[in-house]
Design a protein around this ligand. Structure first.
Ligand SMILES: NC(=O)c1ccc[n+]([C@@H]2O[C@H](COP(=O)([O-])OP(=O)(O)OC[C@H]3O[C@@H](n4cnc5c(N)ncnc54)[C@H](OP(=O)(O)O)[C@@H]3O)[C@@H](O)[C@H]2O)c1
Ligand SMILES: *[C@@H]1O[C@H](CO)[C@@H](O)[C@H](O)[C@H]1NC(C)=O
Length: 326
């Protein structure tokens, strides 16, 4: 009997040690105040986005939650206001699965808000289906929608420099591939969906690299982020029997959303990281990415492709100016 108790106690101790040393991650220790600064968080209604928004609201920022669901976003606005005591938290409609919606959001934002200091491209999905423009969902939302959004807001960020862009990527970028001859492949098997997700997260890393080159000398800096494995609503699409197995593991071993949000917060507020613009951060530190994610030729080609394509017409000017530098 005693040996069972000892064994159980040791397991608990082991879990606590693992949790705090490996899973919980590093906290952002910056006490930067954001009073008078305007921040957009895409997908700020739940998970990592909501926790990031809450932290920045506590620092006094004016926050725009850019979300697709009015109802879900307004619940989050209410919650964040209550927890932070900051009433400058508002919702604006943005569906990243529609380039038209991205343009409409940017237009509304630019008309109603004179300033933008931090853009957090956080929303993400790995689900099946196509965007309104016919792209695979993960690629269209995680990469393309954010690519356009960033371009449409870039001048405002430049006017308000020093300012920052944070793109929430994933370690899944490792498995990402960019096949320029087949950028929007058909098929929606689980393996394919994982591939599209990974591809989109690789695009996030490459986009931030190229963007940093473009932004040199503007005092606008950008960073990609891996939040760790986090217990969010990202797994809401699982079937019930998958959830039965998944839930206990997620509860015990995944990071909480508040812990997972630390690196996004760090990249948004930490002083002195400007020299790392374009790099990939995890656990509040720069991490070197694999060679395929620092291939500047591919990054530039990806950029060029969008910039010269008709549906991204309005970003062409920026794209070309950047390309000519390379
Ligand atoms: N959780 C992890 O372990 C993990 C690991 C690595 C990277 N990430 C990345 O972290 C980011 C945040 O994910 P999360 O874990 O917090 O997931 P989550 O709880 O599922 O939140 C995702 C957010 O993105 C929004 N979103 C999805 N599709 C959208 C669209 N078409 N237009 C606008 N917003 C849309 C969601 O809105 P709705 O609420 O309306 O659906 C939600 O607010 C994602 O980019 C994800 O890829 C997460
Ligand atoms: C960038 O910031 C530095 C230091 O504050 C300043 O001297 C410089 O003029 C700024 N450059 C631009 C383009 O805003």
């Amino acid at each position: 009997m005693v040996s069972y108790v000892v064994a159980a106690a040791m397991l608990v101790a082991l879990y606590v040690l693992t949790y705090y040393n490996l899973l919980k991650g590093t906290r952002c220790r910056s006490d930067t105040c954001l009073r008078g600064r305007t921040v957009i968080v895409t997908g700020g209604n739940t998970g990592l986005g909501k926790e990031t928004a809450l932290d920045l609201a506590r620092r006094g920022a004016q926050l725009i939650l850019a979300c697709r669901s009015k109802q879900r976003a307004e619940a989050a606005v209410f919650d964040i206001r209550k927890k932070s005591g900051n009433n400058q938290v508002i919702f604006m409609q943005l569906d990243l699965a529609s380039l038209k919606s991205v343009r409409a959001f940017a237009e509304t934002f630019l008309k109603s808000e004179p300033q933008l200091h931090v853009l957090i491209n956080n929303a993400g999905t790995g689900t099946a289906g196509k965007t309104a423009d016919g792209f695979n969902m993960a690629w269209g939302v995680n990469h393309l929608g954010h690519f356009l959004l960033t371009h449409l807001l870039l001048d405002r960020l430049k006017q308000c420099a020093p300012s920052r862009i944070v793109a929430v990527s994933s370690t899944m970028y490792r498995f990402g591939k960019i096949d320029f001859s087949n950028l929007n492949p058909p098929g929606e098997s689980l393996i394919q969906l994982i591939q599209y997700y990974s591809d989109s997260k690789l695009c996030n890393v490459l986009f931030v690299r190229e963007l940093a080159n473009c932004l040199e000398g503007t005092n606008v800096t950008c960073y990609s982020v891996y939040p760790g494995v986090v217990n969010t609503e990202a797994f809401r699409h699982f079937k019930w029997w998958q959830k039965v197995f998944f839930a206990p593991v997620a509860t015990l071993f995944f990071r909480s959303p508040a812990d997972g949000a630390q690196t996004s917060i760090f990249c948004a507020v930490q002083e002195g990281i400007e020299k790392f613009s374009g790099r990939y951060f995890t656990d509040c530190k720069v991490q070197e990415v694999l060679p395929h994610a620092r291939d500047d030729a591919v990054a530039r080609k990806l950029w060029e492709l969008h910039s010269v394509t008709a549906w991204l017409e309005s970003v062409a000017a920026d794209g070309r100016c950047c390309l000519s530098q390379g």
